[in-house]
Design a protein around this ligand. Structure first.
Ligand SMILES: [Zn+2]
Length: 423
């Protein structure tokens, strides 16, 4: 039985979920597993041909450390390409080097240039252009087998290097080139680079030359990187909220959203610095949950009228603005800090009331613009007795103590596990 057949069989029978197994080195799918139980999972792994394999590769985990399940090969392929794209995109960004971030990001968009080609022969020419921005340390990769230099990085710090793909740590480079086994890494100054980047050497080193027209565009981008630096910082460094597009698609599938409303929701979420957002099946009655690691909205909310659903999102995202404003230590102080339960409850009541007010103000704005219909925002926390919140916090604190929860990350995970249903 091969992989395709198995997948077809399982999907048809709908008896099991599929886990796909990845080679951590290449990140490609190399196998699958039919079982849900994690102990069995460790024992049974199959490759594409249905042969059992039992060595060092494993399933992929999400940000919360849970094993990722896929229903079909298409799902896994989409997930894989999103992840790769995200990773490649991330490689181009470093807040400390907005000029280089701009360059790495922009050369990927040059028509007619496979930017990775720059690394295969034109890396010397590229490094030479980068040196004109004032970067003057370089690191060469010398191949023992070929007895010649095969790549050059611009050296930024002892652990950060730059080439046409973007930024790399020393560890990444060592892994990529098997430094110490097949290659050596050594530092050099501009003089040695000049030898390699001079025209004759370039032509004999390059197996895939880049046309003059395309190269002009590369140089143009390098020059532009010195201008509009602030604009570049703003545009490139801003990180996307993970899952936001899927989240918006799920909303669009349920409601008739105008483009204006869709843009509003997207920007509102992005600007809160929310790391991740998604709909999820909850095992408790809550409508939503805002954590340091992102926002979860109960999928059930999608069955309610549009303004109500928006109110829930706005309320939870309001908490993300609070995380942005106060920082995680202040926000989780009620569980981790040295404050009385009463103080903690008062703080929580305030943040909840503020989130409610914030959300209802936004709802009114949207109504004024005619983007949503009539709706009166609930004021859930205003009328909630402090005593209830005190009890709730006490319960959480005791429970957390028993589980050795002593860091913001663990608090976040604790609540995540509390709401998220297994299926
Ligand atoms: Zn809240």
């Amino acid at each position: 039985m091969n992989l395709q057949e198995s997948i077809r069989r399982i999907i048809k029978e709908e008896t099991e979920m599929l886990f796909f197994i990845f080679n951590p080195k290449t990140n490609k799918v190399i196998g699958f597993n039919l079982t849900y139980n994690s102990e069995e999972f460790n024992n049974i792994r199959y490759d594409e041909n249905g042969r059992s394999r039992d060595y060092g590769f494993g399933p992929q985990k999400d940000d919360f450390g849970d094993t990722i399940k896929f229903d079909s090969l298409e799902d896994v392929q989409k997930w894989y390409s999103d992840k790769t794209e995200k990773h490649l995109q991330k490689q181009t960004q470093n807040q400390k080097y907005p000029d280089l971030s701009y360059i790495a990001n922009s050369i990927r968009k040059i028509d007619g240039l496979d930017y990775q080609v720059i690394n295969r022969g034109s890396c010397f020419k590229f490094a030479k252009e980068i040196s004109k921005l004032g970067y003057n340390k370089f690191t060469f990769i010398f191949s023992e087998e070929e007895q010649e230099v095969i790549h050059v990085y611009v050296k930024l710090t002892n652990n950060l290097y730059f080439d046409a793909n973007g930024f790399h740590t020393k560890k990444e480079i060592k892994n990529e080139y098997y430094v110490g086994e097949d290659t050596e890494m050594y530092e050099s100054s501009i003089d040695e680079l000049d030898n390699f980047s001079d025209l004759n050497t370039y032509e004999c080193l390059t197996t895939i030359p880049i046309s003059n027209d395309v190269w002009k565009k590369v140089i143009q981008i390098i020059k532009q990187s010195r201008m509009n630096l602030q604009e570049n910082i703003r545009r490139i460094i801003k990180e996307e909220t993970e899952g936001i597009d899927t989240f918006l698609d799920e909303i669009s599938n349920k409601y008739d959203l105008s483009d204006e409303l869709k843009t509003f929701i997207k920007e509102f979420i992005q600007d809160s610095n929310c790391k991740r957002i998604n709909f999820s099946n909850f095992k408790i009655g809550a409508l939503g949950m805002a954590l340091e690691s992102g926002v979860l909205i109960n999928s059930k909310v999608l069955e309610r009228p549009l303004p109500f659903m928006l109110f829930v999102i706005l309320h939870e995202v309001a908490h993300q603005y609070q995380f942005k404003k106060y920082g995680v230590d202040v926000m989780y102080n009620c569980y981790l800090g040295d404050v009385s339960v009463k103080e903690a409850a008062e703080f929580m009541k305030t943040t909840e009331e503020v989130a409610d007010e914030f959300a209802s103000r936004k709802i009114r704005q949207l109504q004024k613009k005619g983007l949503i219909g009539s709706f009166t925002s609930p004021q859930v926390y205003k009328n909630m007795p402090l005593q209830n919140i005190i009890m709730m916090i006490n319960n959480f604190k005791n429970d957390m103590k028993g589980q050795n929860i002593d860091s913001p990350k663990k608090v976040s995970e604790y609540f995540y596990n509390m709401v998220k249903s297994e299926l």
